[in-house]
Design a protein around this ligand. Sequence first.
Ligand code: GLY
Length: 580
Amino acid sequence: MLKHMFASILVFGIANASLSTQAANHVNEGAAIIRYDTIHHPVIGKNGMVSSQRMLASKIGADILRQGGNAVDAAVATGIALAVTLPRAGNLGGGGFMLIHLAKQSKTIAIDYREMAPKKAHRDMFLDGDGNVDNRKAQFSHQSSGVPGTVAGLSHALEKYGTMSWKQVVAPAIEIAEQGILVSYDLSENLKSRHAWLTANSATKKAYYKKNGVPYEPGEILVQPDLAWSLKRLAAHGPSEFYQGEIAKKIVADMQANGGLISFEDLASYRVAEREAITTSYRGYTVASMPPTSSGGIHIAQMLNILEHFPLKQMGAGSADATHLLSEVMKLAYADRAEHLGDPDHFNVPVKGLTSKAYAKQLANNISLSKAMASKDIKPGNPAPYESPDTTHFSVMDSQGNAVSNTYTLNFSYGSGIVIPGTGILMNNEMDDFSSKPGVPNAFGLVGGEANAIAPTKRPLSSMTPTMIFKDDKPYVVTGSPGGSRIITTVLQVLINVMDHEMNIAAAVNAPRVHHQWLPDQLELEPGYSPDTIKLLKAKGQNVKSGKTMGSVQSIMYKNGLFYGASDPRRPDAGTVAVQ
Ligand code: GLY
């Protein structure tokens, strides 16, 4: 089986590698498979689909669907497999968010399995003697880890909404951890570029490098025996092994030896939260996304509600007018994010106000289509009466109409860089997503307020945005992305590319993206914007910066009895697998 999988990775990896401009992407699929009016073509299938940032993990998920599992079974298997295949973001030692749509009950569930601050955490824990944020401590120390939620979140989803056993969905990950994964050019280069940092911790060095810290070359096999041990213990003893068993003992021992805060009590009291999804209507569609502790859903709803007041389709995808409008809308949303968003179990987030149509209309009235607002003139509004680039997302749909949209992370690539000895488990550095000093930007330049200050058992605010579009109350598109602060704006653009610009899912994912986050006052543009458009944007007062690529979107669309999927070409080795 593994040999077959490796071959597939190479073939699909190459097939995915095309990023181009968005000319002639407007297409309604369903009539024909090969279209001469679009550059980008999705993967197509009839009986379900899995889209993730690693082809091997997508194949594992699709195999689960083929064996009769539902979308939740496949999603959990994919999530666990990504911990083996994509060590920089796939994880057991991190946390995330899952949106599940159950066809039979016509119900959408939001599962928050974000990390929680240890009980010994306190508001000023990352400030030095001068009151400044000690970034090393906040980002790369044992104290930078929140209590991981991934094992609890995935097992919770499986137990309540899946059909297969925990053992069945963990099994494929054990196999690839034990037998090894093919080291791709991407993985080899990624590990080489972080060699000094990752080899500083001896357990991390042992997990991801050869003897004496020698890096793996492309084509070699990375075997992860310690991770296989952890996965086998999880399979044999259940998810509580992570929170109360042998794995917990190893986590606490390493924390105690290195000044970390996570205790047995913290692990044993970790809880998943089921929350109500954020929903909004948009031009005849319904969009559902993640509620706080993520800021994603609120700001997707808020931005769509504002955009509804403008003729986005007539402006044209990628035009200066549409891009200027997006920039203004993003500024307004991120200003509110800084002030009003935090863990809803600790802070009263004004969800209703922020997502209300009336508040959006008030904000829309402030937008000029010819002149950019300066960020300094924007203050967080009053809604009361309103990845790391290496987070990772996967989407799953099954033939019964169930759907899963899941984004999870270690925060930075490879999290804190600390592997717990003997487990092969990398720990997150999610404590840096709190506002260590309210008002001072975090690693993504995001400003946070009191709402996101550190407190025991609190969850740090996130931007992760697993999202679904519904058409006639049925899942139409499942999508999401990594990208730190750029996650929300990346997902927004996929949504409007589908709903306003009527692109097929591959074109919607491929089209160049923009990002503005209020502070700093700059509009980042991906490669692909023409110099003419940039000139027009500058004339409107936009402070344009040519940026790097944003996000790695993994999306599925269901239309006319077929699944259409696309993995973002912005990262190598991603893949969408159809069940035929
Ligand atoms: N760690 C990035 C996020 O949760 O948004």
